[in-house]
Design a binder for this molecule. Structure first.
Ligand code: ARG
Length: 573
């Protein structure tokens, strides 16, 4: 609708400028932004609220409406109704079938893309789990929101660098080394993987409650690690390797790859320069032995740079990483996706970068999201324990397998499909809410094949594939207005026309839920068309070909939209 909006806005603006005593500050672009989607298509496909011009035109809205409506109808605008202070505008079938549809057919999955990001780099820091600590459902948000934002930026032409800023440095490694030497076994860790590391870490904390000396021992081991002690370095590398093996399984299920795994340890040798720079720029003060940056003037608690023992902290490492990324990638945006609990941390060190005099500090963007709790799953009974993402995925996949066994036992590659649908269900359900909202996740709801869910969307996608297969492929046709014979066909085309706008909105608001909800709109419009119209079985060949081609447009848009929210698609369910 972007092009149509622009077209309508220009015509409305010309009418306005011809009669308004003064145009004031208003432009044709403002007119485009005033256009609304009416709740019901009896009120047109787009509506223009004329009261917005009352001041500039010094007329009552119905009068304005009458003036603006003059000579509006053309190839694109089929009809304009003046209703009260509104102009209700109807888009022509000749535009929908003759212009929009050929565009979608030609572009396929590139329909809806933009190129304004060309030549610009965007760094996205997401997922970033802490090594040897559980990868739990709290990480679902950063992982799927982060990846979705990456896909959206790429779709708009940006060159994206996905960074998994692993939490792979800090005193926890001293603890793990002590725990491993005291209670661990190499075989057990090789066998069980990360869960065994987590268990050792937990045991360390239990024991340290009773024996304070363990903490000293852990600090000493970490110091040795910092000094590149050979044995400790080998252990540390191994812990990371074990953890990554596990993460990569989850990333594979999600279809995610990172361009860099430079985590916190990567910056350990880059910290002294940052500390020196902060000192040289007179930003640091000493408080009770620790080095801090006072942010009182900005209504924030101080940003901690060095502990009393001189060791660096989380913000120090983030500042070092930002400087490094600027130098390495010269980013246009550097995006961090984390829980809202870290908002203060980011606000603080973003301010520090600004105080350091870097004019690019406004290119640092924090994207926060709300908390997730889980209900209605056997996992939830483990209260007190964290729920691991892999367990949630496994339970979902298992349930989908059972449903599929009932519905379509003959399906080939069942395991693969069950994984795509099971994992997709979780992603979809999660990304349906605006990211900042806290959500209570109910697995049964996410898996409802008849509800507004991932499985429903995937089922719809599979339906488009099977129609095209039955039809023997996508016919080559040149669609025109005469082929649009059912209301649901036009309605479906209008829904497809909104895709580019949704892409822009999602990118602007850094909000994947815009796409998720749009997927549901497309599914609803398509399924209405499917139930109302005969497609492959239509008597008239022209009608049949037109409808199959329309189905292929839906397949392209859904396929791309799935990719944008990192949900896999399956041609058969
Ligand atoms: N490892 C951190 C955590 O799990 C998230 C890191 C986010 N990225 C960053 N550059 N601080 O909470």
């Amino acid at each position: 609708m972007l092009k149509i909006k622009k077209h309508i806005a220009e015509k409305l603006y010309a009418n306005f400028a011809a009669v308004a005593p003064a145009t004031g500050e208003l432009t044709a672009d403002d007119f485009a932004s005033f256009l609304e989607y009416p709740p019901d298509d009896n009120f047109g496909d787009l509506a223009f609220p004329c009261f917005k011009l009352s001041k500039a035109m010094r007329m009552a809205p119905p009068m304005i409406a009458a003036k603006l409506a003059e000579g509006l109808e053309d190839d694109v605008i089929a009809k304009v109704d003046v209703v009260g202070g509104y102009l209700n505008i109807f888009i022509s079938a000749s535009y929908l079938a003759g212009v929009l549809m050929p565009e979608i057919m030609e572009k396929g999955e590139a329909y809806g893309s933009f190129d304004f990001g060309k030549g610009k780099n965007v760094v996205l820091d997401y997922s970033s789990p802490n090594v040897a600590k559980p990868f739990h459902i709290g990480h679902l948000g950063t992982t799927v929101i982060g990846h979705s934002l990456k896909m959206l930026h790429e779709f708009c032409g940006y060159n994206c660098i996905g960074v998994n800023h692993l939490g792979d440095w800090g005193t926890q490694f001293g603890k793990l080394i002590v725990a491993y030497r005291k209670w661990g076994s190499r075989e057990q860790i090789e066998d069980v993987g990360i869960d065994e590391l987590v268990a050792l870490y937990v045991k360390f904390h239990e024991e340290a409650e009773k024996d304070e000396a363990l903490n000293d021992a852990a600090r000493a081991e970490f110091t040795k690690l910092e000094q590149h002690d050979e044995e400790n370095t080998a252990l540390w590398k191994w812990f990371i390797e074990i953890s990554l093996k596990e993460y990569s399984r989850t990333y594979k299920q999600l279809g995610i790859e990172f361009d860099s795994y430079n985590g916190e340890s990567f910056y350990s040798d880059k910290m002294p320069a940052v500390v020196k720079e902060l000192k040289d720029k007179n930003l640091m003060t000493i408080d009770d032995g620790a080095s801090i940056i006072n942010l009182e003037a900005y209504n924030m608690p101080p940003c901690l740079i060095l502990k009393r023992d001189g060791s660096t902290l989380y913000p120090t490492r983030d500042i070092a990483a930002a400087l490094y990324r600027k130098k390495t990638y010269d980013f246009d945006k550097n995006i961090y996706v984390t829980s809202a609990g870290q908002s203060l941390h980011f606000a603080q060190w973003f301010k520090v970068v600004e105080l350091m005099g870097y004019d690019w500090s406004d290119k640092l963007i924090h994207v926060p999201y709300g908390t997730v709790s889980i209900n209605g799953s056997k996992l939830a009974t483990r209260t007190g324990n964290v729920i691991l993402l892999k367990d949630l995925f496994a339970e979902s996949i298992e349930k989908v397998s059972a449903i599929m066994e009932e519905k379509n036992a003959a399906l080939e590659n069942k395991a693969e499909v069950a994984e795509a649908v099971g994992v997709g269900a979780i992603i979809f359900h999660y990304l349906m809410n605006s990211r900042i909202k806290d959500i209570n996740f109910i697995l049964e709801d996410a898996l409802n094949f008849d509800g507004n869910t991932g499985p429903y969307a995937q089922y719809t996608y599979a339906r488009t594939c099977s129609i095209i297969e039955k039809a023997g492929g996508v016919p080559t046709i040149t669609p025109d207005a005469s082929m649009v014979t059912a209301h649901s066909e036009a309605a479906l085309l209008k829904t497809l026309s909104i895709f580019p706008e949704k892409v822009l909105a999602a990118l602007d608001e850094l909000e994947p839920s815009v796409i998720t909800r749009y997927i549901l709109d497309v599914c609803t419009a398509f399924n209405r068309f499917y139930h109302e119209c005969q497609i492959v079985t239509a008597d008239n060949m022209t009608t049949r070909d037109f409808r199959v081609a329309l189905t292929s447009c839906v397949r392209s848009v859904l396929g791309k939209a799935f990719e944008l929210i990192c949900m896999k698609k399956t041609e058969k369910i």
